[in-house]
Design a protein. Sequence first.
Length: 226
Amino acid sequence: MMGRRRLKKKYRRALHLILAGLVLLIALICLARHCGQREPEPSRYYPSIRNLKAQFNDLNPLHLEAGRSLGLAEPPESREDINTWRLREIKDCRYYVVDRLDYSVPYLTRGGARLLDEIGENFRDSLEAKGMIPVRFKLSSVLRTKDDVRRLRRSGNVNASENSSHCYGCTFDIAWASYDLPKRYNATWDQYRGVMAEVLRDLRAEGKCYVKFEAKESCFHITSRL
């Protein structure tokens, strides 16, 4: 009887060793597969400032035409004159943040707001597809009143036209040199700018917007055609 017990004990030990070896082998295989699947790296290519200026050069008359035909009937004289019934208030969301607005207020027409949301969704999807950690872009200017335009011109801004498309609620500016970065991110501002340029290029080709790349103001000047 003692011999049989010792034999069974040896078998149990051998079985345990075999099972432990199988578990270790499976773990090593899984580790090898994981190591072999490298995380995608974001592209190091991004368009130059000169390239973007040439690519996005829709001039003010086009923006004005779209604003006057699709936006507010008359530019508000002051902020007290803004009638919000045709407008949507723009607030921070998962796609973008509203930066400090010294010369504008966060309102857009429904078509303008729809385009903004589409830009945000496409931008995030494109970042994820390229292996880039999503960031939120910043809105640096939205709806301006005539008073805002006058104050902006007095501040010395040479791009502040008296006939600004911003006054009709279809136009907004997206900063290309600043983003709301999370604690962890894996790309440069230039790379994020390049992805935003791709998103805007596609929407512009679909006839959904006009875009002017403004180097001195560090923004994409965008007018919705929706």
